[in-house]
Write a protein that binds this ligand. Structure first.
Ligand code: ATP
Ligand code: MG
Length: 561
């Protein structure tokens, strides 16, 4: 048997080209438009482009596809670079499509001279109407047969700023009846008097995606220009421009974009969520942006593993959000130190525990990694446990604390609930228990078993922390699917953020934000025993600790469904 196992279709293409000597090494590129922050879909593209290059000893360029000055900004350029680095990748060169504006212009002139491009004075609406439909051919523009001289003159004057926005475009002269609509004289340039974040006011004509992208690839000698499936109908045009210009032959390959349920992934919609304050910013921990996931406590490794795990498809599909969470759980289970914190505290008094006594008990930092050792947690007569861990009268299957039932307090003792105190409304204010001193450390010398083990904190040692409990930003699987008159905003989950004050074991007082080896803020991450994975938020200070819930321990939605 050949070793051809488990290659995805792109790897097969690359290996074939290397075998046949089409190229000696590969060069890929990641081409974001700097008009927003990167999202998890971009992470897929980054892992793919950089990952393939790494696997085959090639390189990857970062190229900003900055051909639309109106929506672009250096804020986005900076954030994109940071996010790629944080994900663990380094580019060979950083380029900008705007660096190629002069070259692209010269090539456009070349196409005009070959009779393959013309200046069209029709309005946008006329151009659209003239393109025809999939079943009907388009109509030639009345300006289609301008002479080369006239086109050269008009195009130069377009560049010189003599015409208003929208009054003229440069179009490729191909075939208005072509079965592929992309070939019906596609627009190459439009007039836009706008300040560009890099070229300032030097240009007032800007190339369209189809004219800029392939030529930029060609200039950089990109061997594999990988993009998402919806561009497959653009590929023939990509090839056409390269062929007509007789320039270095880059090739485009398409794969299925990453879609995840319960979220939206278009930059336009993410921008709207930010601008209209549905979230606190691009890095709101509920956002599907890379910086949002980072603030939420996701590790770069968990995102890379997720992208690897879902693979590369040739057909569109929707990935379950749970797979992303599971990737985080898998990683944090290995590396996150365990701590005890009570998110919804109710008071417990152990009546037979001496009033002035306190003990510092050994607690394991991470059972998955014995090298992490142990720490001391204080135990005393008054504790907090989770309100949901107690029921006065409990059904048989309830293995937590209830009247007359014995449970283990983790690392400490067996306790039995004896009575409860309530306020005027009937809410439990205190659970009175007894403990068995012989069970210190959490095991009974007589071998008797308990079914439940609870986390707890000593009341007088506990420190308060603000804990932000995040849930899905959208309440439905496909937030983009909306009835008439509604928008994706109608699908927002009204309970996606709940803030509580937790009682934490005192060692958490040291929880601080840090920085990673690239100088990017890095939270401290913990497993709060039985409650999930949590991390420090940038809002956290030594005086006011703030933790974000990264995810619960198990998929809490699977149970609901
Ligand atoms: P959006 O539709 O969210 O605005 P975009 O495609 O316009 O995204 P670009 O900045 O042009 O955003 O994308 C940069 C690269 O990332 C492109 O190569 C694009 O194909 C890829 N990409 C964008 N979204 C996804 C996705 N969901 N899955 C995989 N790759 C993606
Ligand atoms: Mg795009």
């Amino acid at each position: 048997m050949e070793e051809k196992q488990n290659l995805n279709f792109l790897e097969e293409i690359i290996e074939e080209g290397l075998r046949e000597g089409t190229y000696k090494s590969i060069l890929t590129r990641f081409p974001p438009e700097p008009n927003g922050y990167l999202h998890i879909g971009h992470a897929k593209s980054i892992c793919l482009n950089f990952g393939l290059a790494k696997k085959y000893g090639g390189k990857t360029n970062l190229r900003f596809d900055d051909t639309n000055p109106v929506k672009e900004d250096t804020e986005y350029v900076d954030s994109i670079q940071q996010d790629i680095r944080w994900l663990g990748f380094e580019w060979a060169g950083v380029h900008y499509a705007s660096d190629y504006f002069e070259q692209l212009y010269e090539w456009a002139v070349m196409l005009i001279k070959k009779g393959l491009a013309y200046v069209d004075d029709q309005t946008q609406e006329e151009i659209r109407a003239g393109r025809g439909t999939v079943t009907e051919p388009g109509k030639n523009s009345p300006y289609r047969d301008r002479t080369v001289e006239e086109n050269l003159d008009l195009f130069e004057r377009m560049r010189n700023g003599e015409f208003e926005d929208g009054s003229k475009v440069l179009r490729a002269k191909i075939d208005m009846a072509h079965p592929n609509m992309q070939f019906r004289d596609p627009i190459m340039y439009r007039i836009l008097h706008a300040e560009h974040h890099r070229t300032g006011n030097k240009w007032c004509i800007y190339p369209m995606y189809d004219y800029a992208h392939g030529q930029s690839d060609s200039i950089e000698h990109i061997t594999h220009s990988i993009c998402t499936l919806e561009f497959d109908i653009h590929r023939p045009l990509y090839d056409w421009f390269i062929a007509q210009l007789s320039i270095w032959p880059s090739h485009q390959y398409e794969f299925a974009r990453l879609n995840i349920n319960y979220t939206v992934m278009s930059k336009r919609k993410l921008l709207q969520l930010v601008k209209e304050h549905y979230v606190s910013g691009w890095d709101d921990p509920r956002m599907p942006t890379i910086c949002g996931f980072r603030r939420r406590g996701y590790t770069a490794e968990s995102i890379r593993n997720f992208c690897e795990d879902i693979g590369v498809a040739k057909r569109d599909n929707i990935i379950d959000y749970v797979r992303l969470e599971n990737s985080l759980r898998d990683h944090l289970n290995q590396v996150a130190p365990r701590r005890m914190a009570v998110l919804d505290p109710v008071r417990v008094v152990i009546d037979n525990y001496p009033e002035e006594q306190e003990e510092w008990l050994d607690a394991v930092n991470n059972p998955e990694n014995p090298a992490d050792g142990t720490r001391k947690v204080p135990f005393s007569r008054e504790l907090y446990i989770e309100r949901e861990d107690f029921m006065e009268v409990a059904p048989k299957k309830y293995f937590r604390l209830s009247l007359g039932r014995e449970v283990r307090l983790r690392y400490a003792y067996f306790v039995t609930a004896q009575s409860v105190e309530k306020d005027a409304e009937g809410n439990i204010t205190c659970i009175r228990c007894t403990y068995d001193p012989a069970t210190r450390g959490g095991d009974a010398p007589d071998g008797r078993k308990v079914k439940g083990t609870l986390h707890w904190v000593s009341a007088k040692h506990a420190i308060d922390a603000e804990v932000r409990l995040f849930d899905r930003l959208f309440a439905v699987e496909s937030p983009d699917d909306v009835e008439e008159g509604k928008t994706f905003l109608d699908n927002l989950n009204p309970d996606s953020l709940r803030v509580v004050t937790a009682k934490c074991e005192p060692s958490l007082a040291e929880a601080r934000m840090g920085v990673d080896d690239k100088g990017i803020p890095e939270p401290a991450r913990y497993q709060f025993e039985r409650m999930g994975y949590f991390c420090t938020d940038p809002d956290s200070t030594p005086e006011h600790l703030v933790f974000n819930r990264s995810c619960t321990l198990k998929d809490s939605w699977a149970k609901i469904k």
